[in-house]
Design a protein around this ligand. Sequence first.
Ligand code: GAL
Length: 473
Amino acid sequence: MLPYERKVLKGLQGLNSYLGDYKLKKNSGAMKTVYVLLLAIIITGATVGVGVWYFTRPIPANVLEIYHWWTSGGESAAINALVNVFQSKYPNVSVIQSPVAGGAGYVFKSVIKPLVLAGEAPDAFQLHAGYEMKPYVDGGYLDPINDLWSSEGFESVFPAVVKDMVNFSGNYYAVPVNIHRPNVVWYNKHILDANGISASITTWGDFFAACDILKQNTTLTSPISLGDQGPWAATHVLEQLMVSEGIDFYQDFINGKITVATNSQLNDALTKFAKYLNYTNDNHGTLTWDQATAMLISGKSAFNIMGDWANGEFLKAGAVYGVDYGTFPVPGTSNIYGLVVDCFEHPKGVKHPDNSLNWLKVVGSKDGQNAFNPLKGSISARTDLTDSDKALYGPYQKAAIADFKAATYMYPSTVHGSGMPESFTAKLDNIISALVDSSRNKDSTAAVSAAAASLTGAVTAASSDFVKVWKLH
Ligand code: GAL
C-alpha cells in the first residue's frame, strides 16, 4: 500500500469510529443518511485526489546536460542567452550546465577527457575546432553529424575555412557557435588620451614606446596587464607575436617546420615576448585573464593582448567602445584575422541523443548565434547575417565583422586548440611559463635561447602528428 493510500484509509477509519459513536448516542435515521452521504463524498474526493496526483506527479526530468568553461561575467551571460534560446524552443527539456572554471579550458580539458573516454560524455561539450577534436574523432568518441549539417543547411552558411576545421575524412563532427579573433590589443582610452598616446599603433616600436611613456605614470599598476594564472594567457601573447613575424612563418610553425632553435624569426618573437613581460604587473601569475581585463576597466593598466572574449567583460562592466575602451590589431597583423572557433558535438552513446542533436541545431542557428555572440564578443560563424541581424551586435563586433570580411589572411589559433597537434600543445604552456619566470625583468638572452631550443625540440618530437598541411594563402 502506498503512503498516500494508507493516509486515506486511516482518515476513513477515524471518521467511521467518530460517526459510529455519534450513531450509538443518537441512533437516528437522519444521522444514518448523513453518514452515508459523508462517506460517499469522502470516497469520491479520495478517488479524484488520487487521480489528480497521478496525472500531476513529478516524472523523471527530460534533460540536456552540457559541459563548458564559460564562467567569467561575459562568458556566462553569453551561454545563458544561448541556453534561453534552446529552452524557448524546447520548453520541456531541463538544461543542466556543468561549467568548469578556467579560461581557454585549461582545467576543463583534463576533466572532460576522462569522462568521454569512460563512456560518460555529457550530451554535448565545448570543444575547439581543428586538432583539439582529433583525438575524439580518431578514438570513435563522436558521431558524424552529416545529416544534421544538411537538414540545417549549415554547408551553405559557414565559411570554407571553418568547415574544413570541423570536417575529418569527409565527415562533419561539430557545429561552430562563433569565431573569436585572438590578435587584438585592448586599451583604456582615458589613459591613452591623458598620456597623449595615439591609438594608431601599427608597429612594435610604437607599442613599446607607448609603454615607456606609461611606465613613468605612477598612477598605473603597469602599462600592460597580464593574468596568466592559467598559463595559456601568456602563451596567447606569444602566439600573436609569432603571427606578427609574418603569415609564412606562422604557417611553417603550425605545419611543424620550425625545427631549428636558431631560427631568427622564432628568436625575434621570443625576444619581443620577454620585453613585453617587463611592462606587465608583478602579480600576473595570480590573476585570471578576466581579472587582467578588469585592470583595464578600472584604469590600473592601459593595454592587454587578449582574444575578443575580452569584449564580453567590457560590455558586462558597462564600458562603452570608442569612449572608455578601444582596440587595434596586434602590431604587424592588421590584415590578418586569427580564428578561435568554439563548437559543440554529438558524443557517441549520450544519454539524451535527441536533446543533444536539438542543442546542436540551436548552436548553429541564426537565433542561437545572434543571442550568444553579441554578449560573448565573438562574431557569428554564419556568413548569412542580414543588416538587421548585424544591428544586434555592438560597435566592436560590427568592426570585427567588417575586418573578417576584408582580411587577407586567416590563421588557426594554436593556443586555442586548432592549429597544432595536442602532442605539441600539451608541452607549450610549460615552455612559455618557464620563459616567463626566467626572463621577466631579467637578462633574457639565455632564457630566450633555452625556450627556442625547447620549442623546436617539442615540434620535432611531435613531428609524426603534424598530419594537416595548412595553407594560409
Ligand atoms: C577560449 C574560448 C573562448 C573564451 C576563452 C577564455 O579558448 O574559445 O570562447 O572562452 O577561451 O575562456
